[in-house]
Structure formats: C-alpha cells, structure tokens
Design a protein around this ligand. Structure first.
Ligand SMILES: [Zn+2]
Length: 377
C-alpha cells in the first residue's frame, strides 16, 4: 500500500523508515534473493540513514502546494511522466487519455516510493507534454511529491517553441512565467517550482536561446525560482556568463545533462558555483556517472552535484505510451556502485537529499553587484 499524501506529509522520520522496511521486505520476497539481496540490504541501510531533518532553509512549490525544502527527503531531481515529441504546433491534452497515462505511470511512482523517493522533479516543459493536473493526481495516489516547471524548451532546433517565443521580448516571456508562479498554471492553481528551459548544443547561443536564458534570469530575479537548462554538451559556460551579466549568480543555475559535457567545462562551471545535474543514470551510463562523482569528490565539490535518471515516460505517439523506463537504476545499480567505490552514506545523503534541497529552494541568488539593471532581448 502506498502511503497516502496527507499521511506522508505528516510522517515522522521514524515512520517513514519503518514503512520503507515493511515495503522493502515485501519486495524482496517477490524477487529471487540472488537478484536483490546485495543492493536491497545496502539500500535499507541508506534509507534508514536518510532523515527528514535537513536544516536547509526555504521552501519549494509542489503540485500540491508549498513544502519546506527540509522536508523534501530523497529527491529525484530530473525525471519525466509524459513527453510528447509531436512539436509545439500539434501538442495538446487531446493527444492522450489522462486516465490511461495515470494507470501506466502510477506503478512506477509507487515503486520509486518503495525505494525511498519522497520528491520527484518533473522536467517536461510546456509544449512537450507538461500536464500539472495529471501530475497532481499521480502525486496524491503515489505519495511522491511532484514538482512541475515554467519556461520554454529551445533545444531540438526550436521544434517545441510556440510562435510567441520568437516575437515576445525577454521581458514579455518572463512576464508569462512570473504570472504562472504568481497565479498558478492555466487556472489550475498549481504553481511551478522551478524554471526549465532548453537550448541547442551550439555555440554561441542562438538568438532565441539567448532570449530564453535572459527571460529565465528576469524570472529568477522576480521569483527566486532555480533555473534548470537542458544544455548537455552545449554552451553552459556562456549561459552562466549571460546570467551573471543579468545579475543572477551561477548558484541559481542547474546544468542539465551535464554528464555529456567535457570535464574541463564542468570544472569551470563548478568553480563558478553552478549545479551539475548528472541525470542519465542507467546501466549503460554507470561508468561515466561514477567517474564524474569521483572527480567532484576529489575536488571537494560533492556539494554541487545532483543525480537522477531522466527516465519515464509515456509517449502519446506510441501504443500504450511505449516502453517506460523506470525510476530505479539509481537504487539498484548506482548507489551500490558508489558504496563499493568508497562513497559513504553521508555522501549519498548529501547528493540525494541535501543538495537538491539547497539547489531548488526558492530563493533569489544574485551576484554581489546585482544593482546592475536587468536587460535582455
Ligand atoms: Zn529530461
């Protein structure tokens, strides 16, 4: 039985751990021991170590309203529920049956809850299938807190940008995003908890991508929402510099899909203060994620990295939503690998609990000389 939303919101640390053990024993019985005993034992250890008394200040907006970041618990900071690649011209809720998506995704969220996940950041922007009401239903049914976003996705050669992205100024775009934060998304009353944008992997930034980053800076200055940008091997350092010129500190920036960037670029971004999202955890990508965790541990910068799967998702273009990649490789494959390589439970707690709380707490992070007037185009 998944914990119901109000129950989980009130749960003490002790109750949460106890529930995890109960569910975990059940899970171990369902699978052959050889397959699970190693990681499941270690994961019980991890879960029992994690606690909900992190002292990070501030709050986040979930699809069920504001929550202190100290209560986020174990976070998956970059995942997806529904993604529709049909493009901005054709996308819409008419493309899928919400009940069908709900039924397909709920077991995956319940499984994640069973592995200790308390909060999931859903990174699908508008015009790619963002559906806050569906997310709220899934959150309530699974007991996993879900956070949605505002912003626009300029990667993939602008296929997911609406016409107004090209005609609005940065100020006008920011005005739309700030309004979602202030009033909720499209009369749902559901507020975004962060800004999610995307840029193409070219340097310099294209004109429209530059405008999206500028709009994100203006929105951050008005709201304190953290700026996560799909960047990959793209111009992350240029984004950080542009944000800086607009008065926004690198601490407000999450370099999404950082695992495919060069080490040199990531080292420079971390030195500037940015967050690095290593969000491609899956069996084929474990060596690269391990290498990066080790690199930043050696550099004393474990406090700036984030881990997630970029998994999911229900694709309306495919029968039954296509093959759904579950939110579990981090727990089954990667945490045991980290422990085997000398990472401690404290390190894991730092990366999965404390770092996301600090990265996404809604708080203005401005450069020291932020008297600079924001500008953009
Ligand atoms: Zn993603």
């Amino acid at each position: 039985m998944p914990l119901k939303w109000p129950a989980i919101a009130r749960s003490s640390f002790y109750e949460i751990v106890q529930a995890d053990f109960v569910r975990h024993r059940h899970m171990m019985r369902k699978r052959p021991m050889g397959q699970t005993s190693g990681w499941s034992f270690m994961f019980c250890m991890v879960v029992s170590y994690l606690h909900a008394t992190d002292l990070a200040p501030g709050h986040i907006e979930t699809v069920n309203g504001p929550v202190p970041v100290a209560e986020l618990g174990l976070v998956l900071e970059h995942e997806h529920v529904l993604v529709d690649f049909v493009g901005a011209k054709k996308v819409g809720a008419h493309r899928y049956v919400a009940d069908e998506v709900f039924a397909a995704v709920l077991p995956h969220l319940q499984r994640a809850a069973g592995l200790g996940v308390r909060t999931l950041f859903e990174c699908t922007p508008e015009f790619l299938g963002r559906d806050p009401v569906l997310l709220r239903r899934l959150s309530e049914a699974s007991g996993v807190r879900v956070v949605t976003n505002t912003g626009l996705y300029g990667a993939a050669n602008d296929k997911f940008l609406p016409p107004y992205a090209f005609t609005d100024t940065a100020e006008q775009l920011a005005g739309r995003w700030i309004a979602e934060f202030r009033d909720g998304i499209a009369h749902t009353g559901i507020k975004p908890g962060f800004i999610k944008c995307g840029v193409d992997g070219v340097s310099p930034l294209s004109e429209v991508d530059r405008k999206l980053v500028a709009a994100a800076a203006l929105t951050h200055r008005a709201t304190g929402l953290t700026i996560a940008v799909h960047t990959g091997a793209g111009p992350g350092l240029a984004e950080i510099e542009l944000l800086r010129t607009l008065g926004v500190a690198a601490e407000a920036f999450v370099w999404v899909h950082a695992q495919i960037a060069t080490d040199d670029a990531l080292i420079a971004a971390a030195a500037a203060g940015a967050w690095l999202s290593f969000d491609g955890v899956q069996p084929s990508a474990l060596p690269r994620h391990l290498e990066l965790c080790r690199l930043f541990r050696e550099r004393g910068q474990l406090g700036q990295i984030l881990l997630s799967h970029d998994a999911g998702w229900f694709d309306p273009a495919k029968p039954g939503g296509g093959k759904f990649r579950s939110y579990e490789s981090l727990f089954i494959d990667f945490l045991p690998l980290l422990l085997k390589n000398g990472f401690t439970l404290q390190d894991i707690e730092q990366i999965l609990v404390h770092n996301p709380a600090r990265a996404f707490a809604i708080r203005k992070k401005l450069v020291a000389s932020a008297q600079a007037q924001p500008r953009g185009r």
